[in-house]
Ligand binder design. Structure first.
Ligand SMILES: [Zn+2]
Length: 145
């Protein structure tokens, strides 16, 4: 009765071959997966320098910010906004002889026209007009005819 039950090791060989093949397959899958995983990441790097390139293009944009205060100043008082006190003012003007006036006076003296040497200082076309702010006395510009 007991002898019939001893020689039956069938379940052992069936279970052993199942486990090892799956382990080897797993090892091979990992090896083939590694190069695959690194390849996509390498292809992802090129787009990054592109993003940096757009960053470099920002400095030129700053150059566009040119604040040239071109005040419309003529020979007469002008109504402008003072850049210092930000008040809307009418510029106070004062005339001063220009370099051309000094030059004409010098020439008249040299050629012997002493009575006429002061004439250039009376000509409006030889005078500069200085515009200043009546509030803060800031020099706003000069008009040169
Ligand atoms: Zn002012």
């Amino acid at each position: 009765m007991g002898k019939d039950q001893q020689p039956q090791p069938q379940p052992y060989p069936v279970q052993v071959p199942l486990a090892p093949p799956s382990y080897d397959d797993a090892m091979k899958n990992i090896q083939t997966n590694v190069p695959y995983a690194s390849a996509p990441s390498a292809g992802f790097i090129p787009p990054q320098p592109f993003a940096g390139g757009t960053y470099v293009q920002q400095p030129p944009v700053i150059e566009v910010q040119r604040t040239i205060i071109a005040l419309p100043l003529g020979p007469t008082p002008a109504r402008i906004t003072c850049p210092r006190c930000n008040a809307e003012i009418i510029t106070s003007t004062e005339t001063e002889p220009s370099c051309a006036a000094h030059l004409c006076c010098l020439v008249l003296l040299i050629i012997g026209c002493c009575p006429l040497s002061s004439l250039p200082y009376c000509m409006d076309s030889l005078k500069n007009v200085r515009h200043t702010c009546p509030n803060c006395n800031m020099f706003l510009g000069s008009y040169q005819p």
